[in-house]
Design a binder for this molecule. Structure first.
Ligand SMILES: CC(=O)SCCNC(=O)CCNC(=O)[C@H](O)C(C)(C)COP(=O)(O)OP(=O)(O)OC[C@H]1O[C@@H](n2cnc3c(N)ncnc32)[C@H](O)[C@@H]1OP(=O)(O)O
Ligand SMILES: Cc1cn([C@H]2C[C@H](O)[C@@H](COP(=O)(O)OP(=O)(O)O[C@H]3O[C@H](C)[C@H](N)[C@H](O)[C@H]3O)O2)c(=O)[nH]c1=O
Length: 229
């Protein structure tokens, strides 16, 4: 089976990483020839894990599996306001950038496809943009009784649902229920906005995060693979 797809330029990524990047779009199936791919230094494809034929075709065409992704959905009919939550302020951006740069060790923005520092830089920018409300809409912080940072979650309002962007707990505060509190606060944020579902995705390699989402009542909705060439 040949790969049938057009290529959508990923402008934000291309600018941020200084790497001309395109994403395969399977909804407009044209044969993927050399002339279509030549302007791009990196081609990305996200394929449902069930779509074995397409996964085979991409691998025969030289694409390599980079990471898996699991998508979860949580119904938010009954939620409660969580204590110890704050909205992040711009003055906290340097602290939060450092925390995000260190937190996300599983990432598809990794070597050999991206430079070694790419993923730290990427998640730091993502968090900064969430605090400013320019990508995700808000960043909530979990703090302890002294007001010290324990973790963060960024959130985006979509048309019918909300989506968690980034969620992490500082290493010193892990395994004490902070992740559960952040998910409960994210669910409450969603319900307060009149939305019915909270979505969250993570890497298939991230067992701790997947367990957290299950323990928070989320259901696994879909799985996919990222492939690059
Ligand atoms: C949308 C995204 O951003 S996906 C990426 C998620 N974030 C990261 O991977 C950043 C680095 N990791 C972390 O920040 C943390 O390990 C988190 C957020 C995954 C978990 O936060 P924690 O505060 O430690 O979780 P919490 O204490 O609330 O535990 C909730 C459940 O998560 C699971 N869990 C948490 N840590 C682990 C772990 N290290 N190994 C296995 N399961 C774990 C457990 O099922 C736990 O419930 P249980 O203890 O009753 O069995
Ligand atoms: C900060 C920012 C980003 N973008 C663009 C850049 C990318 O094209 C997308 C984000 O891609 P996504 O597939 O969501 O990225 P990840 O694979 O890193 O994300 C997963 O893992 C994370 C750890 C996290 N759990 C996340 O929720 C998952 O999806 O957005 C942009 O256009 N503008 C920006 O400001």
């Amino acid at each position: 089976m040949p790969v049938l797809a057009s290529i959508k330029p990923l402008q934000w990524e291309s600018d941020f990483f200084s790497l001309s990047t395109g994403l395969l779009d399977f909804s407009t199936p044209t044969p993927l020839d050399a002339s279509a791919s030549s302007p791009f230094s990196l081609l990305q494809a996200k394929v449902s894990a069930e779509d074995i034929d397409r996964l085979d075709a991409l691998q025969l065409a030289g694409f390599r599996v980079v990471e898996g992704e699991a998508d979860f959905v949580l119904s938010v009919e009954r939620t409660t306001r969580q204590p110890g939550m704050r909205i992040a302020r711009e003055s906290q951006i340097p602290l939060l950038r450092d925390a995000a740069a260190a937190a996300f060790t599983f990432s598809r923005f990794r070597e050999p496809w991206f430079p070694a520092d790419a993923s730290a830089r990427f998640y730091a920018r993502w968090l900064e943009n969430a605090v400013r409300g320019t990508f995700d809409h808000q960043c909530l912080l979990a703090v302890d009784e002294q007001g010290e940072l324990q973790g963060f979650v960024t959130l985006r309002e979509l048309s019918d649902d909300a989506r968690v962007g980034l969620l992490a707990v500082l290493p010193t505060a892990q395994r004490s229920g902070v992740g559960r509190r952040l998910m409960a606060a994210a669910a409450d944020w969603t319900r307060v906005r009149g939305l019915k579902r909270l979505r969250v995705a993570t890497q298939l390699s991230n067992l701790a995060a997947m367990r957290l989402y299950f323990r928070s009542g989320a259901q696994l909705e879909s799985t996919a693979y990222w492939l690059y060439r």
